[in-house]
Ligand binder design. Sequence first.
Ligand code: HH2
Length: 281
Amino acid sequence: MAFNWAAVCGARPAVMGVVNVTPDSFSDGGRWLDPGAAVAHGRQLVADGADVLDVGGESTRPGADPVPADEELRRVVPVVEALAAEAGVPVSVDTTKANVADAALDAGATIVNDVSAGRFDPDILGVTAAAGAGYVAMHMLGEPRTMQADPRYDDVVDDVGAFLVARLDAARAGGIGETALAADPGIGFGKTVTQNLELLARLPELIDRVGVPVLVGTSRKRFIGAVLGGADGDLPVEQREEGTLATVVWALDHGARIVRVHDARGAAQAARLLAAMATAA
Ligand code: HH2
């Protein structure tokens, strides 16, 4: 059956919990590299309120080098397989490679989260379409190795919006159904602190423009550390949870339908409280 985001985030926004099976992710690299630890972490995220689990085997932090497909497959497939069988929530695979997406979908994933929006390996669109899976098209300026070098836009919201509209059209042309599509401005992917803040400030404009559910991933990212830091520099990654929650509440209150977070508890509680307040008027 074709994937429909409405089943995940139609009635209320969804919390996507991050399972990084990597040695080098920017906030939790190495913690869940062992498959058993990754699966246990996925279970904990669901217990904390995650509605979707996003399993990734390649860090996309600024400056990261690509991971060979066979290594990414080795990291991701067993974890996807175990979580798809037992977690009780949809599992997404965070990859830009068609063969990794294909294997993860075979192993039980039902969503492909593609931070390249089909630019790195265009076959990923056909693979997603053939499986009837959900698809997240994210904006990134160039590639992870160089994206933070000197990011420039005429108007960051217009430029990111135009990119997403074009990439969603490419996904449709690749056969992905309308209900399976979601879009993501790619917070931190080739953006200055100010550009990230402007994307969040003008989120409703972007949401109107793309016309599909929008996912926002701010969790522990550098712009939070930069805003909250002091004379000594950025607030370190392990102290960005409260700041993350502020951005999650903002994103949900400004129309995001999915938030991607490392710690699901606060985001899930925020989503429930926002819904309770919104219906009490
Ligand atoms: N952010 C990261 C990775 N994947 N996918 C989407 N759709 N949106 C995001 O904002 C996003 C993403 C970066 O976070 P993380 O996975 O923790 O880091 P790393 O890439 O270093 O593994």
